[in-house]
Design a protein around this ligand. Structure first.
Ligand SMILES: NC(=O)c1ccc[n+]([C@@H]2O[C@H](COP(=O)([O-])OP(=O)(O)OC[C@H]3O[C@@H](n4cnc5c(N)ncnc54)[C@H](OP(=O)(O)O)[C@@H]3O)[C@@H](O)[C@H]2O)c1
Length: 329
């Protein structure tokens, strides 16, 4: 497993991390034993970075991770997230008052809950789960998190970008508020390459890339007409004709790779991961993993040859900006 610098933090993280949303049970049923086996497998294969959140099963994902880490001797870095309180509207509206969503009192209480679930006395990375640029001129929650960090309960501070306006955090990065940003960047969503990723490089902000498979579709495993069960968040994300439209575009990506010759024998999932890793601003990419096989397949990609600049260039043509899908139809 190759490691990369995690911005200016001094941490070195595995270039492939573990996205632990599905472990919370919101992607259809999830057996904790399967989650535990997947985490062990990923760590066995050199993964030392896991991303989770309170909202992933109301702490269930965090607690499963904690149970595994107590059995391991390796140093594994965990990033978790605090949602606004109340959770809705998501993303925050331009009129939301920051102190009514992320007050210092609430953040302090929430950090204590994260520490308890993770079974630790210091959180490696605490990310605010969403944001609005309306708060940039007076980012009080980041000020509060700095105080909590100085008290020794958090090592590094981050924001997970609001999917509809990822560039809203750029100004905060430039002003030095953030150690870490978490961003959607994949073969479809390439907008961060325009501004956010170059700014991350200039400022030494660590970059966690989420949704590398566009919620699974970029692995090529879904066909036209595929339907996700109720209870799987993707039944909303891929509502109406969205699976069909996405699958049509994935077919074109597949044809592109075949036309190129695919000398390295990449699967579509490999291609999706290598495309993201080809950008040097990326510290770690966190594919969503829910079983040992996915852990093995995804961690194994680090050892494969890097993607040629020529293929990266061809894949850039498959850019498709559609972040507004998160609210469902
Ligand atoms: N706002 C936020 O901060 C936010 C939002 C979204 C995600 N995240 C984080 O980012 C992580 C990754 O995003 P994501 O899980 O939403 O989406 P993703 O990584 O784009 O897709 C994950 C899904 O792809 C499938 N998959 C994984 N590896 C595969 C492989 N090798 N071959 C075939 N299929 C494979 C699995 O689908 P099946 O379920 O069908 O097996 C898996 O659940 C999350 O787990 C979470 O930690 C954060």
């Amino acid at each position: 497993m190759k490691k990369r610098a995690f911005g200016k933090t001094g941490l070195n993280v595995s270039e492939i991390g573990f996205g632990a949303w599905a472990l919370g049970g919101q992607w259809g049923g999830q057996d904790d034993q399967e989650s535990i086996a997947a985490l062990h497998k990923a760590i066995d294969l050199g993964c030392n970075f896991i991303d989770t959140a309170q909202l992933y099963g109301d702490g269930r994902s965090e607690r499963v991770i904690a149970s595994v880490l107590t059995e391991r001797s390796e140093e594994v870095h965990v990033a978790t997230k605090t949602p606004p309180d109340p959770i809705l509207p998501w993303p925050p509206s331009p009129y939301c008052i920051v102190d009514e969503r992320y007050s210092e009192k609430y953040l302090r209480k929430n950090v204590e809950a994260r520490l308890k679930n993770l079974g630790t006395d210091c959180i490696d990375v605490l990310q605010l789960h969403t944001w609005t640029r309306a708060w940039n001129s007076d980012p009080q929650p980041l000020q509060a998190l700095r105080k909590i960090r100085d008290e020794g309960k958090i090592r590094f501070i981050g924001i997970s970008t609001p999917e509809q306006d990822q560039n809203s955090v750029v100004e905060l990065m430039q002003q030095g508020w953030l150690d870490v940003v978490q961003v959607i960047y994949n073969i479809f969503e390439q907008e961060p390459a325009a501004e956010l990723l170059p700014v991350a490089q200039e400022t030494g902000t660590a970059v966690i890339v989420r949704v590398v498979f566009d919620e699974g579709v970029l692995t090529g495993k879904y066909n036209q007409g595929h339907r996700f069960p109720d209870g799987d968040f993707r039944s909303r994300y891929f509502a109406g004709d969205r699976v069909d439209r996405a699958v049509g575009r994935v077919k074109k990506i597949k044809e592109e790779i075949e036309d190129f010759g695919n000398p390295k024998g990449f699967s579509l999932a490999d291609v999706a991961l290598k495309f993201v890793l080809a950008h040097s601003a990326v510290s770690t990419v966190i594919p969503g993993i829910r079983n040992s096989l996915q852990a093995e397949l995804n961690m194994g990609v680090s050892e494969k040859m890097d993607m040629s600049e020529e293929l990266v260039d061809r894949l850039r043509q498959h850019y498709w900006h559609k972040g507004v899908w998160y609210g469902g139809k």
